[in-house]
Design a binder for this molecule. Structure first.
Ligand code: UFG
Length: 321
């Protein structure tokens, strides 16, 4: 198949592009390189520099490349930043996706795999989150991703496009080659920051609140390996090409780890001491998010290959250091 990957120079996008190419697919990438890295785009992918909110550019690419479908990663994705700069998130995530969808309609592209987030659920106090749980995002990032999901669904109804939306839980880890890995600037995610402390790049890790209603007081998240996510995207595109109906799936491991447990696991994997300092809660953080990914397993035959937190951390550690 031939796929256009938006945000293919970003963390999850670049890993998905690698997998698509390893499986023999043709890949076209569009990325504005605001947060992505040109060197992370697989050399066999065709690269277009630009913005998905640029209608003439998107129509031009879609007309020329005649892809079977789009995998849409391009977006801003930081919870904390979205709280202080909501405008940026509505502009880049919602408005630009709207333009991209109009270009897809114009060019008759009928299949879309969309990168959504567990942040669409908000603060849900249940052992396992399933896709039919109510969605009440606690930050503009989650709210814009939910709006994008809804836009995509309405657009699909109007133009006969089918989609899969994936609500990711916490992504970490790297491609086994070590050629690409998570490198945000500035980095805000827990696992890469903890590894920076282990590597001596950073003095200590700030624990954002230890007064949550969890066993050790720190936030609990469900960590999933980036290559497991990549596999899900390829499976979803195949599912849509085979005529599958529009669906929304969670992607996680179904097990939660607290911030303190992640730090302990990182100490074990790296064999280094990791200094911690408890600071204030970060605004917009739900206490606990753990996925049920049963629907993805049943529908797409998707089974994570990296279920352990140690394996995920080890993969990130090996690639980055
Ligand atoms: N944390 C710290 N210290 C840090 C960084 C993070 O204590 O220096 C904590 C956070 O408060 C949170 C946990 O570690 O409790 C994980 O934080 P991340 O920033 O790594 O990830 P988030 O849970 O905020 O966000 C991730 C994705 C989002 C997605 C969200 C779903 O980045 O795209 O999971 O909750 F929306």
């Amino acid at each position: 198949m031939k796929v256009l990957v938006t945000g293919g120079a970003g963390y999850i996008g670049s890993h998905t592009v690698y997998l698509l190419i390893e499986q023999g697919h043709d890949v076209v990438v569009v990325d504005n390189l605001v947060t992505g890295h040109k060197q992370d785009v697989h050399p066999d992918a065709k690269f277009y520099y630009g913005n998905i909110g640029d209608y003439p550019l998107m129509v031009d690419i879609l007309r020329k490349e005649k892809v079977d479908g789009l995998i849409h990663f391009a977006a801003y994705s930081l919870v904390g930043e979205s709280m202080s700069q909501p405008f940026k998130y509505y502009e880049n995530n919602v408005s630009a996706t709207n333009v991209m969808l109009a270009a897809m309609a114009e060019c008759g592209v009928k299949q879309l795999v969309f990168s959504s987030t567990a942040a669409t659920y908000g603060d849900v106090n249940v052992p396992l989150i399933t896709e039919e749980m109510p969605t009440h995002p606690t930050n503009p990032y989650g709210q814009t991703k939910l709006a994008m999901e809804q836009m995509i669904a309405w657009h699909g109804q109007a133009y006969g496009m089918r989609h899969v939306a994936f609500r990711y839980f916490n992504v970490a880890g790297a491609h086994s080659s070590g050629r690409i890995y998570e490198k945000h600037d500035p980095e805000t995610h827990l696992i890469p920051l903890v590894l920076e402390v282990a590597a001596g790049v950073r003095k200590q890790i700030y624990i954002f609140g230890d007064d949550y209603a969890t066993p050790d007081g720190t936030c609990i998240r469900d960590y999933i390996h980036v290559m497991d996510l990549a596999v899900a995207h390829v499976k979803a595109m195949n599912y849509l090409i085979d005529g599958g109906k529009s669906m929304t799936f969670n992607l996680g491991n179904g097990e939660g780890f607290s911030v303190r447990q992640v730090i302990e696991a990182a100490q074990k994997v790296t064999g280094r001491e990791i200094l911690t300092h408890v600071s204030d809660r970060r605004q917009g953080d739900p206490a606990k998010l753990i996925a049920s990914s049963l629907l993805a397993t049943e529908t797409l035959n998707w089974i994570p290959q990296y279920p352990s937190i140690e394996a995920i951390i080890e993969s990130a550690w090996k690639a980055a250091y």
